[in-house]
Design a protein around this ligand. Structure first.
Ligand code: 2RA
Length: 292
């Protein structure tokens, strides 16, 4: 039986990944380790640790773990490390791969909406504004949010991650660079503004997409509905309704009033599932099916 281990079981991500691994249908032995435990040999290891711990542990695990999935952002932009969403770029993993990165949650929602359209349209620009749930900020932010008088209560905070010297935040730039890497579109222009909103769970994005071709709305909806784990909804769907669901949902598709090369739409998805633990589980399933 193949062994799949979680390294960093005591954190929230580790616990969420454990719940997801229990859904895997192939018989596997699940092992769990604290970040300081000795890790026994594994077919798949899932690092559920912060960036500095992932940076320290990943090289040490190379000889003991056949495939290592890192849930942090530490290795995402390393050109040697595939950044994988199984519905989009499973081909990025080969038999020679050891380390695999799982993407940022907000980027995941965006690229899930872009990937089904890529065969039909040459994207030139994409703009999004995010509406990111409190759960994405981890236990500290959840506790803060539930403390009376929290800055995040009944508020929108346009700063997620660290503020960089150029005025962008680390979260804004993940939207740019991770999108280019996953979509294999190194020149696509991605403009974004990431914002924390007082929603308990599920991230949302308002997206504006420009292409070289004129958009056909029926073709766009058909492409979305034909894509795994993605649904277009007529009317409105909100983060509250999609919390706990595996699909990424899109609504409010319309053409720009002045330019048929531009569409606007709204994406919402459970950031802890497709945006994190579920994607980790799907990468593990892919490895079990194709390489182990
Ligand atoms: C957030 N994207 O929502 C982050 C989680 N890694 O803060």
């Amino acid at each position: 039986m193949k062994t799949v281990g979680i390294i960093g079981i005591n954190g929230r991500v580790g616990q969420n990944v454990l719940s997801e691994l229990k859904k895997i249908k192939t018989p596997i032995e699940i092992k769990t380790f604290g970040r300081n435990d000795e890790v026994t040999p594994l077919d798949i290891g899932i690092l559920c640790t912060d960036n500095p711990v992932s940076r320290e542990l990943a090289p040490k695990l190379k000889d003991r773990v056949r495939f290592l999935i890192d849930m942090s952002s530490e290795f995402r932009m390393d050109p040697q490390v595939p950044l994988v969403i199984p519905e989009i770029n499973p081909h990025a993993i080969t038999a020679d791969t050891h380390l695999i990165a799982s993407p940022n949650c907000t980027t995941t929602g965006l690229v899930m909406s872009l990937a089904p359209l890529k065969p039909f349209y040459h994207f030139t620009e994409v703009f999004f504004c995010s509406y990111q749930a409190i759960s994405g900020g981890g236990k500290k932010l959840i506790d803060d949010f539930h403390t009376p008088g929290s800055y995040y209560e009944k508020n929108c905070v346009p700063l997620i991650g660290s503020l960089l010297e150029n005025g962008h935040t680390s979260e804004d730039l993940k939207g740019l660079y991770e999108t280019r890497k996953i979509m294999e579109l190194p020149d696509i222009k991605v403009y974004c503004h990431t914002v924390r909103v007082p929603v308990e769970n599920s991230h949302s994005l308002g997206v504006t997409l420009k292409a070289a071709e004129k958009f056909d709305l029926e073709q766009v909806k058909k492409a979305w509905n034909g894509f795994e784990n993605l649904k277009y909804v007529d009317g409105v769907i909100t983060p509250k309704e999609v919390s706990g669901k595996e699909d990424t949902f899109i609504c409010r598709l319309r053409k720009d009033v002045e330019d048929e090369h531009i569409i606007h739409y709204f994406v919402t998805f459970d950031n802890l599932l497709k945006g994190a633990a579920m994607n980790g589980r799907q990468i593990a399933e892919l490895l079990l099916e194709k390489f182990l």
